[in-house]
Design a protein around this ligand. Structure first.
Ligand code: NDP
Length: 283
C-alpha cells in the first residue's frame, strides 16, 4: 500500500497564543490544495523556547511561526538567517531544510504586499509610523526597501525608535527620524500614517493618543491590527476623509509568504481571506 499517514507539521510558538488565528488561514489553504499539513497553535513560554526548538527538530517539523515574545530570542536557535532578518533583527517564520533551520521575516513583506494590493505605491512616500516594537521594525525596513522617501518613527521609548531610524539611515536610502511620543502626538507632514502599536487590538477598544485633526483626506491611514477589522483609529481616520486600511491584508500577505516557504506552492489568498473573515463574523 503506497500511502503515507504522516502529516507535515508547522505551527506557531507564542505566549499568550490562544487567540492567534493563523491556524484558520493556513489550514484553509492546505485543504484547498489537498496538502496533508497540520498547523499547530502552541503555547511556548519564554523559558521553554529552547526545548520547543529541540522538539521541533526532533519531530521533524517543516517549519514554525514565532509570535510575541519569541521573535528576537528565537534567533539563538536557528542555523541561518535570511537577509531581511539581519536587517530587522527578528524572525516570525522558520523553515526546516533537512535539519537546518533558516529564519525569515515575512511581517514587513506581508505589510508591503497588503498595502500595494490596495493600489497604494510606497515609492517616494513620507510615512509616519506609530510604535517602535517588532512590527514597527519590520514594517519600517520593508517600506524603506520598497522606496519610501522618509519614515518618522513616533515612539514613547526613545532608544527603540532611534534604533529603527538608525537602521533606515545606515542600511537603506530612506531618511529615518524620531519623534518622541509624550502625551498627544502631533503628526509630521506625511502621506501614509501607520499604527504599529497594539493599542486598539481586541479586547482593547481604545486608540493611539495622537492629534486626529491633523489627518487629511489625501492621506492613507493603515492599522496593522487585524482584529477588530475596524479599529477606532481607522474610524477616526475615515471620519476625516482618509483612506483607511486594516491589518487583514498584512496578515494574509505574511501567511502567503510563509505558506510558500514551507510548501513551495502558491496558496490562494482569497481562500485564506475568506476563511479569516468567516471566522471573524462568527466571533
Ligand atoms: P511590540 O510589543 O513589539 O511593540 C509594541 C510597540 O507599541 C512598542 O514600541 C510600544 O512602546 C508601543 N506601544 C504600546 N502601547 C503604547 C501606547 N499606549 N502608546 C504608545 N506606544 C505604545 O508588539 P508588536 O510590534 O509585535 O505588535 C504590535 C501590533 O502589531 C500588535 O497589535 C500586533 O497584533 C500587530 N501585528 C500585526 C500583524 C499582521 O499581520 N497584521 C503582524 C505582526 C504584528 P514601548 O516600546 O515604549 O513599549
Amino acid at each position: 500500500m503506497n500511502v503515507s499517514y504522516r502529516a507535515e507539521l508547522v505551527g506557531v510558538f507564542g505566549c499568550p497564543i490562544d487567540e492567534n488565528p493563523t491556524v484558520v488561514i493556513q489550514e484553509a489553504a492546505f485543504r484547498a490544495l489537498g496538502l496533508n499539513y497540520r498547523y499547530l497553535t502552541l503555547l511556548v513560554r519564554p523559558e521553554g523556547l529552547e526545548d520547543a526548538f529541540r522538539g521541533m527538530r526532533a519531530m521533524n517539523f517543516r517549519g514554525i511561526n514565532l509570535t510575541v515574545p519569541h521573535k528576537v530570542e528565537a534567533l539563538k536557535y536557528v542555523d541561518e538567517v535570511a537577509p531581511e532578518v539581519e536587517l530587522i533583527g527578528a524572525t516570525n517564520t522558520v523553515v526546516n531544510e533537512n535539519g537546518r533551520l533558516i529564519a525569515y521575516n515575512t511581517d514587513g513583506k506581508g505589510f508591503v504586499s497588503g498595502i500595494t494590493s490596495r493600489g497604494v505605491s510606497l515609492s517616494g512616500k513620507r510615512i509616519a509610523l506609530l510604535g517602535a516594537g517588532g512590527a514597527a521594525r519590520a514594517v519600517a525596513a520593508e517600506c524603506a526597501l520598497a522606496g519610501a522617501a522618509s519614515i518618522v518613527i513616533i515612539g514613547r521609548t526613545a532608544e527603540k525608535a532611534q534604533a529603527i531610524a538608525d537602521i533606515l539611515n545606515r542600511r537603506t536610502a530612506c531618511a529615518g527620524s524620531v519623534q518622541l511620543w509624550n502625551g498627544t502626538a502631533k503628526l509630521p507632514p506625511c502621506d501614509i500614517l501607520i499604527n504599529c502599536t497594539p493599542v486598539g487590538l481586541f479586547p482593547d477598544p481604545g486608540c493611539p493618543d495622537i492629534d486626529y485633526d491633523a489627518i487629511t483626506a489625501d492621506m492613507i491611514v493603515q492599522d496593522v491590527i487585524p482584529n477588530p477589522a475596524d479599529t477606532l483609529f481607522l474610524k477616526k481616520a475615515r471620519e476625516r476623509g482618509a483612506q483607511a486600511l486594516n491589518g487583514l491584508d498584512m496578515l494574509i500577505g505574511q501567511a502567503v509568504i510563509g505558506f510558500r516557504l514551507w510548501t513551495g506552492l502558491d496558496p490562494d489568498p482569497k481562500v485564506m481571506k475568506q476563511a479569516m473573515i468567516a471566522e471573524q463574523n462568527q466571533g
